[in-house]
Write a protein that binds this ligand. Sequence first.
Ligand code: BGC
Length: 445
Amino acid sequence: MNSISLPSDSPLLKKSFLYGTATSSFQIEGDVDNRLESIWDTFCERPSAIADSSNGDVACDHINRWKEDFEILLDLNVDAYRFSISWPRVMTKEGELNPKGIAFYQTLINALNDKGIKPFVTLYHWDLPQHLEDKGGWLNRQTAFEFENYADKVSKALGEDVYSYATFNEPFCSAYLGYEIGVHAPGRTGRKYGRAAAHHILLAHGLGMKMLRRNVPRSKAGIVLNFTPCYPATDKEEDIHATRIADEYINQWYMQPVMEGQYPEVIKDLSEEDRPPVEAGDMDTICQPLDFLGVNFYTRLRYSAATEQDALYYEHPHQGPVTDIGWEIYPRALFDLLTTLNNRYTLPPLFITENGAAMADEMLNGEVNDVDRVAYYDAHLKMIHKAVSNGVEVSGYFAWSLLDNFEWAEGYEKRFGLVYVDFETQKRTPKLSAAAYKALLKSRK
Ligand code: BGC
């Protein structure tokens, strides 16, 4: 497929529907000597933690090459650019702002605003300073207050030049992947740890929201959550039940506290010891009114009743068709997700803050013809169109990602970019998907 097409009267083709691309600091920036160490620097040193034994030392060398990347954004003609601030770059160990670090983002934000591109800032996209991990990281309640201080200082420095602030990107990944099953930094394992980390991250979100309201009342403030919709493998009662439990454990565990100040029912199935360390007032702090909710969507999962003792459910491996990272391509789940969330919660406006696919890109005669990625975008945008036509309020869409980059535990082997990056030479080559995205944006009324 060469192009992305939507019905000509689609609300997604109105100028008011915002399109952007997204990146995150650790995945693209490099330039590690000018910042503190983060948990991902440390994790990358662990044998076998990263598929290709790589690290973020250079990544896309974006700190040095940002102007070139900015030109690509201009060429795509996006309305918005979503990126994250590196906590280890902008703060000192003493909890003060690092002037040089913050200046980088101020320059970028000014450049974006000068060209009418809305800056969407994420305060935390997984790169916790290592010195805070040394004190327990997200298992330590104090880290939530360290985040509050960081959010305070950064929002004062960047001010309302930032169109939209998200406190966190995907608390599920930081807490579950990082502290419960240990496949992401800092690589700890245990249900108790995963639940405690999630609670402190959610608490930090609430504290951060209060800072944003105080310091930048005219900027939009919210959070970005990832959702992997859960489907029963059969229509047997016990599989349907296990699927509901899985959904509560991996998706609603973050959504329900943020929206309603409560953990889902599955909390009662956990042993006393594994339950999150909730203190008086925490749930009220976590549940702050949001200007927007960022939804990240990639795939779905299927579930059956648990087969092992202590397990809450059995999660099936992905089935085909899958992307190069092995995740099932199932666009319909995005429609199901948006309509289900809309029925279940009183939602603020939604942004699809990430959606995209890792594909086995090949550079041939200087071109990357990623027709499979174009088809992925096309199918998913059509599902958003359908959800919006069914009354869900979606305000914009961000393609993940602008550039091929450091794909966490997969290293540089999995490519999600609209733009191909040759990691030897740092040469950027826009793929067919970049042209298709650009054409879609241009076709708007
Ligand atoms: C993360 C990105 C990541 C993408 C693809 C999301 O979970 O926010 O940082 O690259 O998924 O794995």
